[in-house]
Write a protein that binds this ligand. Structure first.
Ligand code: MSP
Length: 500
């Protein structure tokens, strides 16, 4: 087995259906998981649904369902969306899974036994959408949630509190000792800022609702949804902690930075385990500059775009165009433009012109590449840049590198114009080199576009699947053997007309 690589998405609330924001994090995690499998790592990829709490209970009431029915119905919709998008998770966790109850209870009992959970009364502004308390000073105009810009409610409860205030210095020391734990740096600074502004103890149980994991030492109390939810990352690797913990990559958006980058590391410390090694925080996907929300009626379901573009172009667009870190703006026009330039004009065109010329000049049999090809050095640099970009969780850079190779290969064909030349060794050399580029490209695009990758592989006559042999060795120049049948198929990415 290779090096362990554990990657997680947030677990999504089941009050509503998946939209392209949820899909963005999930596709990024999937592409990372696929890349790490390609390089031979021992991957464990976790996603799932967060099913307890007031938000879900209220959504269920509004829909005339029990919380369990609401959770069952919506959880399936996430699963279906991920199946449609080709998400290769190893576990889809539901916080209503029995093993999760057990791990949550064990984890928090440990913290209770160590003295870091105490009974107290709390009154404060609470945002149900966030499922979180705020300080008065955090509120917009003194009344609205800073994330949802909607009025908060004042909750008063006798609750068990996690003594977060005791962890200020330990958290700051941890950040100091682990300068790369939270990426990008702007998000790390934000987390450090939150800690330095002072940490108050946080309420971690509820008596006002039943829909949660029961507190083992206090009948009538359930754990507050966030404290149950964060522990899902432990449930999924139970018994395999030595392998996968703490070397995890948690992917999340900035809306839940406070929970992941402040509360969660402190909880881990309190439970006697190491904090997570990597927290990769990205921005929001905006629609016309606005955050997607139910109330703004601007949520887009992945299926709507898949119907127009197909699964691989969908995955490609979000991975290529949304830089991991800052906010990104989605537009349909931008998606069409990216599709036409990168997929129809560059990759699709390379494949179809090579197959056409191999058919005409080589009787449909692909020649072998040449050792001294000018494309060999480009390919080697591109493979290295792609690997480095995935390593830094920068999918746009990984794909941009791969497209450099595609553009160079197209340019090489245009310079040499094999379609105008007589069949012979010179034509064979140019086409063999282009086929080798296609083979390497099929490997490099696999994390983003798995079906396209397999289809290119098949059309250029290769057996098995891209990835049967591990990278980087598989991507070394000269792997295309030549003498294989090359298929002239229908265009992989027919151009999309913008003024439909
Ligand atoms: N249930 C909590 C997470 C618990 S994790 C232990 C939660 N769920 S959520 O359904 O609201 O999902 C939030 C996550 O969905 C974000 O952190 C992000 O990964 C993704 N996104 C939701 N909307 C998004 C955008 N508009 N843009 C980008 N990602 C978005 O919070």
């Amino acid at each position: 087995m290779g090096r362990p690589f554990y990657v997680t998405t947030p677990i999504y609330y089941v009050n509503d259906a998946p939209h392209i924001g949820h899909a963005y994090t999930t596709i990024t995690a999937d592409a990372l998981a696929r890349w790490h499998r390609l390089i031979g790592d021992d991957v464990f990829f976790l996603t799932g649904t967060d099913e307890h709490g007031l938000k879900i209970q209220r959504a269920a009431e509004a829909n005339g369902l029990t919380p369990r029915e609401q959770a069952d119905r919506t959880s399936v919709r996430f699963k279906e969306a991920w199946d449609q998008l080709g998400i290769t998770y190893d576990r889809f966790i539901r916080t209503t899974d029995p093993d999760h109850y057990q791990v949550v209870q064990e984890f928090l009992q440990r913290v209770y036994d160590s003295g870091d959970i105490e009974l107290s009364t709390y009154e404060g502004p609470y945002c149900v959408s966030c499922e979180g308390y705020y300080a008065e000073s955090d509120l917009i105009d003194g009344v609205n949630c800073p994330i949802h810009n909607r009025p908060v409610e004042v909750l008063v409860e006798e609750n068990y509190f996690f003594k977060l205030s005791r962890y200020e210095q330990r958290l700051l020391d941890w950040y100091e000792a682990n300068p790369d734990a939270v990426q990008p740096e702007s998000k790390r600074n934000e987390a450090i800022g939150l800690i330095k502004s002072g940490l108050r103890d946080v309420s971690i149980t509820r008596t006002s609702l039943q829909w949660g994991v029961p507190v083992p030492w206090a009948p009538g109390h359930v754990f507050y949804v966030w404290y149950d939810a964060l522990i899902n990352y432990c449930t999924a690797i139970r018994g395999k902690e030595e392998l996968y913990w703490p070397a995890v990559h948690h992917l999340l958006a900035k809306d839940i930075l406070r929970f992941h980058c402040v509360y969660w590391p402190a909880m881990c410390m309190a439970a006697g385990i190491d904090p997570p090694a990597h927290l990769n925080v990205h921005g929001y996907l905006l629609i016309g500059g606005e955050k997607m929300s139910k109330t703004a009626l601007n949520q887009i379901a992945p299926a709507d775009l898949i119907a127009d573009f197909g699964v691989d172009p969908y995955r490609y667009h979000f991975l290529r165009d949304v830089s991991f870190g800052p906010d990104g703006d989605f537009s349909y026009e931008g998606m069409v433009a990216r599709y036409n330039s990168d997929l129809a004009n560059n990759l699709g065109n390379l494949l179809s012109r090579v197959a056409t010329v191999v058919d005409k000049k080589c009787g449909g049999v692909g020649p072998a590449p040449t050792a001294g090809s000018p494309l060999a050095a480009v390919a080697a640099a591109v493979v290295e840049d792609t690997a480095s970009a995935w390593d830094r969780v920068q999918p746009p850079e990984a794909l941009e590198a791969t497209w450099r190779l595609i553009r160079e290969a197209n340019a090489h064909l245009e310079t040499n114009e094999p379609w105008k030349a007589e069949p012979g060794p010179a034509v064979d050399a140019v086409l063999g080199d282009a086929l080798e580029v296609l083979r390497i490209v099929a490997l490099l695009v696999q994390p983003a576009m798995p079906s396209t990758s397999a289809e290119i592989w098949r059309r250029i006559g290769l057996d098995g699947m891209p990835g049967d042999e591990l990278l980087p060795a598989a991507a070394a120049w000269g792997g295309y053997p030549g003498g294989l049948p090359v298929e002239k198929g229908a265009p992989l990415f027919p151009r999309i007309n913008v003024d439909r």
